[in-house]
Design a protein around this ligand. Structure first.
Ligand SMILES: *Cc1c(COP(=O)(O)O)cnc(C)c1O
Length: 232
């Protein structure tokens, strides 16, 4: 029996309204793209959101994503990897995804480039930046961005689209906003090199307004669309 799409449609409408309002409040001409993060939600929940009109979906784990991508093939969805990528999974990721947002080291650039199937379009890539210098977080240091950017732009099979970050979850909005602003400055430097570099991925369910105020062009939203995640 098909899952009812009405709750999904209502949740999607509410999030899209938040994006429009945040963009208007920031005097931005258009809202950012919405990436729906379906980790630890079943393929049926993603199908319901797709039926409501959402096209781009983010997943954190290659193995979990593989099952969903296979189950939902035919819906013509766009799949983004947003979780840490181990080098030994790079080959599988290069074949499965349309975007990898978590490229943070040279080894991954080489592996993704080597394994992107020739029959597919270039893999869209974002450099993940550890903007708050947290030892617990993946992502490259801001100082490493130019080297990675140059390598990705030179790599066959990859298309550099921009930067991604997960700032530290400071309770004070001003500190989160300050991290988003630092990302924006880094992004402006990189984007000045190439008009294809059009994506600054930052902001989640709790802080997407702050991220949009600082120039996010893509926000990654899980809980506000799908509800609480199942524990794993
Ligand atoms: C889970 C996750 C999100 C979505 O988080 P919510 O708070 O549920 O919106 C966004 N980005 C990344 C990298 C995530 O792992």
């Amino acid at each position: 029996m098909p899952v009812s799409t009405l709750p999904a449609r209502n949740a999607l409408d509410a999030v899209l309204a938040r994006l429009r309002k945040a963009a208007a409040d920031a005097s931005r001409p258009q809202p950012p793209r919405l990436l729906a993060v379906g980790k630890r939600h079943p393929a049926e929940a993603i199908a319901a959101l797709a039926a409501a009109g959402q096209r781009a979906f983010g997943e954190n784990y290659v193995q979990e994503a593989a099952g969903k991508i296979e189950a939902l093939a035919g819906l013509d969805l766009e799949w983004h990897l947003i979780g840490h990528l181990q080098s030994n999974k790079a080959k599988q990721a290069a074949a499965l995804f349309d975007w990898v947002q978590t490229v943070d080291r040279m080894k991954l650039v080489d592996a993704l480039s080597a394994h992107r199937p020739a029959a597919r379009d270039a893999l869209n890539v974002l450099v993940q930046v550890n903007i708050d210098d947290e030892s617990s977080k993946h992502g490259c240091a801001p100082t490493e961005v130019p080297t990675l950017v140059a390598a990705i732009r030179a790599a066959p099979g990859l298309r550099l689209r921009g930067l991604m970050a997960i700032p530290a979850p400071h309770a004070e909005p001003s500190r989160r906003r300050e991290a988003f602003a630092r990302m924006r400055r880094l992004f402006d430097t990189v984007a000045g090199q190439d008009p294809a570099i059009d994506t600054l991925s930052m902001g989640m369910s709790d802080d997407l307004e702050l991220a949009i105020a600082e120039g996010a062009t893509m926000v990654r939203v899980g809980t506000a669309l799908f509800g609480a995640r199942l524990s794993r």
